[in-house]
Each structure stands twice: as C-alpha cells, then as structure tokens.
Write a protein of this length. Structure first.
Length: 340
C-alpha cells in the first residue's frame, strides 16, 4: 500500500478504539506533545470543525498531507474542510478569504508564499481562532501570532541531500539545483542548505538554479533545455520529489540516466525510486507528522485550552531522516500509517 492509499478499515477501527488516555499519549508523544496533556486531551467528545489549506493538491506531498489530516481528524473527532491552494498564490488567497468568512474551531495553513495570506489569517486570529502554520511561514513569527509553526528544518534537508550527492561525485563536477517557489520559505531554506554545502567544494560548478515552482510540467521544460545545453551534468538537487521524478523521465528519454538525483519529501514514488536506484537519495519532509500534528495541536488548544508557549512551543521542528536504500522500507511503513 502506498502512502497515498486510504487506510484499511481494520486499522481505522483499531486506532479509533485505542484513542484513550494511554494510546493517545503514545501517539501524541511522536509530535512532542506532553504525555500528561495528551492523556487529558484524547479524542474530542463533541465534533470539532477545522479548516485546512496547503499549497496545492497537485503536489503529492500536499495530497498526502490532506489524507493524513483527514485520518487524524477522524481519530480525534475533527471534521476537516479543505481549501485547495492550487499552487497559485492568488487562488489560495481567495480560498483563505473564504475560509476567514466562516467560523472554525481551529485552522491549519501551509502558505504558497510568505506574506500572501497575512490579512485573512490575522482576521481569524483576532476572532480567537487558533491558527496552526504548517511547513512554510505565513509571515515571520514575530509579525503574526499563530498558535504554532510546525515545520522541518529546511536548511538541514537541503544540505543533507546535497552533501550526499557531493560525496557520491567525489566533491567535484557539474550540478544543477531546481528550486520550488521562490516565495516559499521552505524552498528558501533548501536553497540555503544547498549553497552552504556547495561553497565548501571549489571543484563543483553550479550550472543553473532556476525555480520550477513545484510544477512538474515546468520542470520537464527546464530539463529539456538543460540536457540540450549541457553535455555534462553530474548531479541534480530538486526541492521536491515530484520535480525530481519529472526530470528523471526527461533524462531517461535523452539516455542521460547517469545523472545522480536527490530530492526532498521522501514520498512513496521517490522511496521506490531510491530503492531501485533511479534516485540517489531523498529526505523526509514529514507531511503526515505536520498535518496530523496540526490536528493534535488544534484539539489540544480547543479541548484543553493549550496556549502558545504554555504547552506548545511557537516553533515545532518536525524533522525526518535522509532516505536511502537502507531505511526506505521502514520509511514506507511509517507513511502507510500516517506517522511521519
């Protein structure tokens, strides 16, 4: 079963039936929630209404996050309504304006770009609605009072995969970075991580760093150009796996599969690609932990009155590991169960 498949009925029944104090404490401990608070909160007695939005469900990371939020929502008695960002800042803004016109127990948002949603999010915060920020900053944390920011260390992710690629090519060669959306703070961190490694290796030449905005069609067009323009490309780092695998298809069509590929997200197709050698490495951006954690944070805020800094930190780091052949199978299992 892939990480984007729906959970089986038996697993749903099992987790729902064990969502009492002890089981909830164990599950929530994975998110860094105080076990005592976890035991106190558990499943909400009354149905809660939550609104979620992420950058765009065309991206497999976002689609998996939606499934994780809905799965954890059922576990904790939360009805999740989705507002798709459609990988477009203007369209997401319209969706969040719509969200802000309604009443919710809590909301969780991954912005397509920093600063694009500040006004409607501030409106919800002013109304007393806990807003959980996921993966990329809605606005700098000192400028907007979100309940919590759940995100990985994007600089670590960019650096770790880049380092793996650099080691594999012996610290010298020609490389390309294909970025996500430049306004996305996660993409900014991944680029910073990439650059922090590359600057240590004078024998490496960076051929190009254009953004593809998480768009697989744009990625394919860029890589058609690169493969025509550059007779030598030794390695390529992509800000997500969807773009990495889209580029691989173009490489395969041009018989250039010797290029080592690194990605971010460790989605099931990338885990398989790493296992089969089509990708060299990826790193887990834990979509399930982030979206499921937003459910946990929202329930704790509403049911137990958990406050920012008094139960949940303002900034919660939700890292995942680098994924290679050695740990790929275990990572797949964790995703199948919406745990990372």
């Amino acid at each position: 079963m892939s990480g984007t498949d729906k959970p089986t009925t038996s697993r749903r029944d099992l987790l729902t039936s064990t969502a009492g104090a002890g089981a909830a404490a164990a599950l929530l401990g994975a998110f860094g929630v105080n076990p005592a608070m976890a035991a106190e909160v558990g499943r909400s007695e009354k149905p809660l209404k939550a609104a979620f939005s992420n950058a765009g469900l065309q991206a497999t990371w976002c689609a998996q996050g939606k499934q994780a939020a809905e799965w954890w929502g059922k576990l904790f008695n939360v009805d999740v309504t989705w507002f798709d960002g459609q990988l477009d800042a203007v369209k997401q803004r319209a969706a969040i304006d719509n969200m802000a016109s309604q009443k919710w127990d809590f909301v969780a948002i991954q912005a397509f770009g920093i600063g694009t949603l500040t006004q409607p999010v501030q409106k919800m915060i002013d109304a007393g609605t806990p807003v959980i920020d996921m993966d990329t900053l809605i606005a700098p944390l000192d400028q907007i009072n979100v309940h919590a920011f759940l995100a990985p260390d994007n600089e670590f992710m960019g650096a770790s995969v880049t380092q793996a690629l650099v080691n594999a090519i012996g610290g010298k060669g020609k490389v390309i970075m294909t970025q996500g959306a430049l306004g996305h703070t996660g993409a900014q961190g991944r680029a910073k991580g990439f650059n922090s490694v590359i600057k240590q290796y004078p024998g490496i030449e960076v051929l190009d760093t254009q953004p593809a905005d998480w768009d697989v069609s744009k990625t394919a067009r860029l890589w058609e150009t690169y493969l025509t323009k550059y007779p030598q490309i030794d390695a390529a780092f992509f800000h997500n796996d969807d773009m990495a695998l889209a580029a691989y298809n173009i490489m395969k069509a041009h018989n250039r599969t010797s290029i080592l590929i690194g990605g971010v997200d460790a989605m099931p197709p990338a885990i398989q690609a790493v296992s089969e050698g089509r990708m060299y490495a990826t790193v887990r951006n834990p979509s399930c932990r982030i979206h499921g954690g937003a459910i946990v944070a929202g329930v704790a805020a509403v049911v137990a009155g958990e406050k920012t800094g008094q139960g949940i930190p303002k900034n919660v780091v939700t890292d995942g590991p680098v994924v290679t052949k050695a740990n790929a199978a275990g990572m797949q299992w964790m995703e199948d169960h919406f745990l990372i």
